[in-house]
Design a protein around this ligand. Structure first.
Ligand code: G3I
Length: 367
């Protein structure tokens, strides 16, 4: 009986929400609109979140359940449960299902790159393990995943390669190898390189060079993922726009905005004056909106997010997909990062699942 109640509740909520035009149709012909989902949404326990998701978004990304440490806690030993539920959830609801992420230095299976003595494995062994993992995961969902973040965050802000275990063992060759393995496992699947802070020129340069290297070697890459974890004071939107254009003009590739959220909180830069603050002052500085956001601050957030979306719309020829990194504010990883206990308001739906004001002009056709 309980299992029947969840779909019933979702139907009731969906019918209430049905009066509000759907966001995804507002952007039809512009770009695909998606959202990251967590385990509560995947399992249907977040009835309100799912009703917003299914009403307004046409695509999904897995916030955590397909990362190597989550899907393969020990190398070669898979726990498919949540990943299967995620793909079934997306497929069952007629959504475009994306995969995130095959090779990443974080949330990495602890023994992926190490032997039993804890030493880095050989290049040959790492290539074999990467092929085994990528082939196992990608072929399991062959034909059901529209695109994969094949490699995530391999470039540092200064444009150098991140000294991850993958890089330490194989150098930058681990990246083409990952893309080749993914393509062989599902030749029709779109493949992306994904990273944050792509507004930083040095980082973008390396990403563009990477894309060109793959293209020159005849290795499939379909788009660059700009994660889009932004703030009220970064990035400069003209610069961000120029970078989107550069990717399109210099590589022919589209950009996917893969993890969009915009923190309303002050950007954390540890400086001397913070060190002088009392605990109470520091709490107030770092977590100013625990009990709600002042009207003027909310208005500024909505104005800037509207400018961001308008910029993406101006460049819809180059922006293939926008994926927000969560459904409603309560879902966001930004609650508690980089400082535990913060309350942030970074997504497109608030904690009561109301659409934020900046979106109204798009669904009322006034944009
Ligand atoms: O699964 C464990 C659970 O068993 C345990 O009880 C709980 C207690 O801490 O932790 C759970 O793991 C958490 C995991 O999310 C799943 O919820 C980790 O602690 C937590 O650190 C992890 O955070 C994720 C973060 O990546 C890790 O770097 C965020 O949810 C996720 O939004 C975030 O997403 C990344 C993208 O994948 C890549 N781009 C950056 C973005 C933000 O870091």
């Amino acid at each position: 009986m309980k299992n029947l109640l969840i779909p019933l509740a979702a139907c009731i909520l969906l019918s209430c929400a049905a009066k509000e035009p759907a966001l995804k149709t507002a952007f039809d012909g512009k770009f695909i609109l998606g959202a990251a989902v967590n385990t509560v949404q995947i399992t249907g326990a977040d009835v309100k979140g799912d009703s917003v998701l299914l009403r307004h978004f046409g695509a999904v990304e897995p916030e955590n359940c397909m990362k190597s440490a989550e899907i393969m806690p020990v190398f070669g030993q898979y726990n498919w449960d949540m990943a299967d539920k995620y793909v079934d959830f997306g497929t069952r609801n007629g959504l475009l299902v994306y995969g995130h992420c095959l090779i990443w230095h974080s949330q990495l299976t602890p023994d992926f790159c190490y032997d039993k003595e804890g030493n880095l494995i050989s290049p040959e062994e790492l290539k074999a393990r990467m092929k085994q993992h990528i082939t196992t995961v990608v072929s399991r969902y062959k034909g059901r995943i529209k695109g994969w973040d094949v490699v995530n965050e391999a470039i540092l802000d200064n444009g150098e390669w991140r000294p991850s275990p993958f890089y330490q063992i194989l150098g930058e060759e681990f990246i083409p190898w990952a893309f080749q393995c993914a393509h062989e496992a599902d030749p029709d699947c779109e493949l992306y390189y994904n990273d944050y802070s792509m507004h930083i020129p040095a980082k973008l340069e390396t990403a563009i060079k990477l894309a060109k290297t793959l293209q020159e070697r005849g290795i499939r890459i379909d788009a660059l993922g700009f994660q889009g974890h932004i703030g009220m004071d970064y990035p400069n939107l003209d610069l961000y726009e120029r970078h989107i254009r550069r990717v399109k003009d210099e590589t022919g590739l589209d950009v996917c905005i893969t993890e969009l959220d915009m923190s309303i909180l002050p950007t954390v830069t540890m400086s001397a004056d913070i060190a002088e603050m009392s605990r109470v002052e520091r709490q107030a500085f770092f977590n100013p909106y625990e009990n709600g956001v002042p009207e003027d601050v909310n208005a500024a957030w909505n104005a800037r997010m509207g400018d961001v979306l308008d910029m993406f719309l101006r460049n819809a020829d180059a922006v293939r997909r926008i994926n927000v990194w969560g459904v409603s504010d309560d879902d966001s990883w930004k609650n508690g990062w980089p400082i535990p206990g913060r309350k942030d308001y970074p997504l497109w739906f608030d904690r009561s699942f109301n659409m934020k004001p900046f979106l109204s002009k798009y669904i009322n056709g006034t944009k």
